[in-house]
Every structure is written in structure tokens, then in C-alpha cells.
Design a binder for this molecule. Sequence first.
Ligand code: UDP
Length: 311
Amino acid sequence: MLITGGAGFLGSHLCERFLAQGWEVVCMDNLVTGDLRNIEHLFREARFRFERRDVTEYIHVPGRLDAILHFASPASPIDYLELPIQTLKVGSLGTHKALGLAREKQARFLLASTSECYGDPLVHPQSEDYWGNVNPVGPRGVYDEAKRFAEAMTMAYHRYHGLETRIVRIFNTYGPRMRLRDGRALPAFMSQALRGEPLTVFGDGSQTRSFCYVDDLVEGIWRLLHSNEVLPTNIGNPVEMTILQFAEAVRRITGSTSPIEFRPLPVDDPKVRQPDITKARRVLGWEPQVALDAGLRRTLEHFRGRVATGG
Ligand code: UDP
């Protein structure tokens, strides 16, 4: 199998999972936001191969491929601001190239899509049949629209070419190997708490999110790939909380006494987000197993290490 973006946060956990299940894994990444430290422990595996390549260029993988997981993309609000064109290209051109390769190999294709497809949602919680409220020209538009295009392209390859395709809409996910400086809430709060700095809550912190531990997400993706479900499927943890509550949970787990500092809310920051996972429960028999406190404790060690080494 091939995992694009395999050196990223989610990609590296997927590489591990598929290797553990006996697959041969080709991990492709251009390392723009991916990090070799996420996969260096896999290099000793004979069934693992890394290729530093940009999936928006022509991609070729010799031999048989049974599955392609397309996870290459910048994926945090700071990245969209710094890498707007690359974000658009990998979601559109990159998805096209990966689909073309899947077609050539007759491989099953799984697209990493996102709850950002729902934008700043007017329906709550979000189920898969909601079409979303996306600002195409805002700073997040480069990610949201690229992923919406990617979904459309994936469905076209399914309908027109008969390709076996799957689409996962991933909600906020956290865990070890998140980048320290990706600007997301969890790395920001954890590193601030560990350094004794104020926790920067954007807006008044009343906006909500629902955080899924990475192992739960990987299990959901594993099941989705092996299912027959072609239309998009939400995978996320439905336990919703305000960002202020989330910051307080990080403070509790780290034992930090850092104060909370309020900062301006970024443009188009969704006010609410919560997955409706009725479909995942029904079709995949899946639901999250890891509670927030347990997940945060497992993530803490990773951030302690990264903060100690300065990145
Ligand atoms: N956030 C925050 N402080 C930070 C980083 C993020 O309050 O230092 C907020 C952000 O405005 C958003 C929520 O936390 O409302 C989740 O942000 P994240 O970037 O993790 O993911 P998003 O769901 O926005 O893609």
C-alpha cells in the first residue's frame, strides 16, 4: 500500500498500523509539514519504504498496490496561511495524481477529507448529508475548497472509472507526533502549560470542538477502508466542549498553574463543531474508546520531549 503524507501526524500512525497488520507500506512525503522523526523507528522494518516525493508531481510506484491512503496536505490554520498554494495544489492536483495511480494499479483509494467541508456549520451536530457553509475566499478556503474538490474528484473516479473509493471526514484529532508549532489548540496549550506561559485562548473561548484521540481515528479509518461505504463518513469523537474547557483540561492534566489569556478570534473560525457519528456506528460498528483525560495523558509525554528539545 501507499500512504501519501505518511511522515505526518496521522500518516505516521497509519504506517504503523498497517505494518502491524502485515502490510508492505510505501510512505510518500515531501516533508513540507511532515517530519522524519515520526517514522524513523519504522526504517528497520523490511516491509517499510520511504520516498521523498511531492504528490502533486507525476507519481510512479513500481509493482503491485492494493490500497492508497491519500493523507498528504498541510492541515492546520497556520499552514493554510503560510502555504496557501501548496494546500490548494495537494488537495486538487495531488488527489488527481493519487487517483490516477489507484486506477492504474486497481488499488482501493481512501481520501482523507475533513470536517472543514462543513465550514462554519449552520447544522449541529454535523451529519454527512449536510453540505456545509464554507467561505471560498477566506483564509481557510484554500483547505476547505481543495478538500471539497478532492471529494468530488474521488466520487467522479468512483462513478466514471468504477474505482473502489472511500472518503473519511476527519474531525479534530490529537495525540503524539502533533507538531509543537502548528498553531493548533492542543500543541499550543500543552507547550504553553509545560513552559509555564499563559494559555492563549482565541475569542472568548466559547467556540466548541470535539477532540478524538489518534488511535480511535486510525481504527475508524482501518474499518472504513475494509467496508463497502463509498459516500463520506464522519470519524471523530462526539464529546463536545468549549475551547475554554479544553484549555482547562490541559491545565489539569499538566498540573500547570498558567493563567488563561484571551486573544482575537481568527477569521472564519467555526463557532461549533461536533460529528454526528450515527453512520460510523451503524456501518463500521465504530465509536471512540479513549476518553479525553486518558488521551491527554498519553499525549503529554510526547510534548514533554519536544518542549525539552526545543521543537
Ligand atoms: N485556538 C485557541 N488558541 C490557540 C489555538 C487555537 O483558542 O492557541 C482555538 C481556535 O481558534 C479554534 C480551536 O481552538 O477555535 C481549535 O483550533 P485548531 O487550530 O486546533 O483547529 P480547528 O478546529 O480550528 O481547525
